[in-house]
Write a protein that binds this ligand. Structure first.
Ligand SMILES: NC(=O)c1ccc[n+]([C@@H]2O[C@H](COP(=O)([O-])OP(=O)(O)OC[C@H]3O[C@@H](n4cnc5c(N)ncnc54)[C@H](OP(=O)(O)O)[C@@H]3O)[C@@H](O)[C@H]2O)c1
Length: 300
């Protein structure tokens, strides 16, 4: 088995590397089919996925059974003021990879987001629910889904949310920094979602890749909370009083940060398609967060 992982220096790329190197995830062993896998990890310095010629040339020089695209422009506020650039990375880049992998008969994984949904309805979204992004990030990621599915019939679109890994930037690390540096923070309390461990997500992606069950998947840790509830759980695990987190509304946050992108109010996902195929082993989010704190040194 030969696998290409793009955007591999990011959060998810690092967890895929860890799982393939160690043969295990926090929620279970990596399937035997990956024993002896030849994995090629690249990031923008080696393969810029927006450069179609470079992608095509890369696939001429090498061939793969599976390609997992972890590359993305993930700065949600940054996408708002640079939507063209975001479209190149989040939509055209995946299309380039999907086409090139299709020519080799390789399976393709495009990782996507809960922000493809408008988020105006409480509850959990399933894979077939109607999309309707309200941010540039969401629009470009949805385009990436559609272009990938059209370019390679062997595509898995895997939507995740509120992702945190041991390596790279994320909300957990930001809250820890604010707790240590300022001892206080204001966090939005009226946007609901599913915090998700990149280690768990990497596990389910490797499970899916052993199948031919192509299509759209939701893959998040279980349970729903607000960003403020997530922040309280984070600082508490680091020994701070959760009261240092002051809940605020989205409107209050927007007034203080006028350039921030709009975000869905309810963007929790239900892993229906996972349940129906390889099985949903994603943990409750608070248990995954416990593991993260127990293993924080992996990010050093
Ligand atoms: N983070 C979240 O909360 C979240 C939530 C929902 C869905 N997702 C999705 O999950 C996936 C993985 O996210 P992540 O948090 O692991 O992302 P990440 O940590 O931001 O990593 C993305 C990687 O892609 C690289 N990259 C950017 N432009 C590229 C290009 N043109 N060619 C090749 N590589 C490029 C980045 O390099 P630079 O750092 O140098 O730009 C970075 O190493 C993405 O598809 C993201 O949209 C993430």
């Amino acid at each position: 088995m030969r696998i290409l992982v793009t955007g591999s220096k990011g959060q998810l790329g690092n967890e895929l590397r860890r799982l393939l190197a160690t043969g295990t995830a926090e929620i279970g062993p990596v399937p035997d089919v990956y024993a002896g896998v030849k994995a090629h990890f690249v990031d923008v310095d080696e393969l810029d996925i927006t450069d179609r010629d470079a992608v095509d040339a890369f696939f001429v020089d090498d061939s793969f059974d599976a390609v997992v695209n972890c590359a993305a422009m993930t700065n949600v506020d940054g996408c708002e003021t640079a939507e063209d650039a975001a479209y190149r990375v989040n939509a055209l880049g995946p299309e380039n990879l999907a086409r090139a992998s299709a020519r080799q008969g390789a399976k393709f994984v495009q990782v996507s987001t809960d922000y493809v949904f408008p988020g105006d309805e409480p509850g959990e979204r399933i894979e077939s629910d109607v999309t309707g992004p309200i941010s540039a990030y969401g629009r470009t990621k949805l385009a990436g889904e559609e272009l990938s599915l059209a370019a390679n019939t062997r595509t898995f679109v895997v939507r995740t949310a509120w992702l945190y890994g041991y390596v790279g930037k994320n909300f957990v690390k930001t809250m820890l920094r604010l707790a240590h540096e300022l001892g206080a923070m204001e966090v939005v309390d009226d946007q609901m979602g599913n915090p998700t461990s990149a280690n768990d997500l990497a596990y389910e992606i490797l499970q899916l890749l052993t199948t031919e069950e192509y299509g759209i998947y939701h893959c998040t840790n279980k349970g729903i909370c607000s960003w403020a509830e997530f922040a309280k759980a984070i600082v508490e695990r680091a020994g701070f009083d959760p009261a240092i987190v002051t809940p605020c509304t989205s409107d209050e946050y927007a007034a203080a940060h006028p350039l921030a992108a709009r975000r869905p109010r309810y963007s929790a996902l239900k892993n229906k398609h996972l349940e129906e195929t390889v099985g949903d082993k994603m943990r409750p989010w608070n248990l995954a967060l416990d593991s993260y704190f127990a293993n924080l040194k992996l990010g050093q």
